[in-house]
Design a protein around this ligand. Structure first.
Ligand SMILES: [Ca+2]
Ligand SMILES: [Ca+2]
Length: 255
């Protein structure tokens, strides 16, 4: 469905470029993308996405020729920061050299082993993991950005693909990833499908032929977590969403 929509948009741009004879400035054609989405048991689609990106490069320092990186939030190295609101933004390119750093307009990041029940006990009924047992969210915001760097180096980088597993998407078209190019222009926005089973997981991933993604804005539903904030499925007004695994193409130096 998402693939068809992207192709439809591409077609519109192509028509505009062909018929606009008076204007020498041609509208750039958006790059073709492969988009994968899943809801419910997302395992097969996540594996398909991993295979499309290539072999796992783990925490190997330095830019690798091919392959992918993945953050599952579960490693022992993160334990000192778990269930706190100060998870280091650059943990996954310093302690673990995976080429990912995060920013948020909120007040921090939280890597959580209790389905965020320490923030609000009701969350234990809302959120589940894809990879046992840690899941992640920004603090004080429902948005964060993932930027890419060459693994183990503070060198800006770009990636050819990005995929993410969400927990508890209840409202359509509100949990999204927006991809930005190196020049700051928007490449695309893609929505995750709503949850469809008791586990409540959703996946969206996108891959381009070239490494063109410099930044990914992750928008989690319509509200941020809080002691007195309940999910829309539990008497609240906001759709609260957190996430687990992020999978992305090998970060390549953008210079
Ligand atoms: Ca996990
Ligand atoms: Ca929700």
């Amino acid at each position: 469905m998402k693939t068809m929509r992207l192709i439809a948009i591409t077609g519109l741009f192509a028509i505009a470029a062909c018929t606009d004879y008076d204007n020498p400035i041609t509208t750039p054609t958006p790059p073709l993308a492969t988009v994968l989405t899943a809801t419910g048991n997302v395992t097969a689609k996540v594996d398909e996405f991993r295979n499309l990106l290539g072999p796992a490069n783990g925490g190997t320092a330095g830019e690798q020729a091919t392959g992918r990186r993945e953050i599952n939030w579960d490693g022992a190295g993160a334990n000192p920061f778990n269930n706190r609101n100060d998870f280091p933004a650059n943990f996954f390119n310093t302690t673990v050299k995976a080429g990912a750093v995060y920013t948020t307009s909120g007040t921090g990041f939280r890597n959580d082993s209790t389905s965020f029940a320490d923030i609000n006990p009701a969350y234990a009924q809302q959120f589940t993991f894809f990879s046992a047992t840690k899941i992640f969210a920004p603090v004080g915001s429902n948005q964060l950005d993932q930027l890419f760097e060459v693994a183990g180096q503070p060198t800006p980088a770009v990636s050819r693909g990005f995929g993410i597993v969400f927990s508890d998407v209840d409202v359509a078209e509100k949990t999204t990833i927006t991809l930005f190019a190196k020049d700051g222009s928007t490449i695309a926005t893609l929505a995750a499908p709503i949850r469809s089973d008791a586990a409540g997981l959703s996946f969206v991933g996108v891959i381009y032929e070239q490494a063109i993604i410099a930044r990914v804005r992750i928008t989690l539903g319509t509200g941020s977590l809080g002691a007195n904030v309940n999910d829309i499925s539990a008497g609240g007004t906001a759709d609260l969403v957190v996430f687990d695994n992020v999978i992305y193409g090998e970060p390549k130096s953008s210079f």
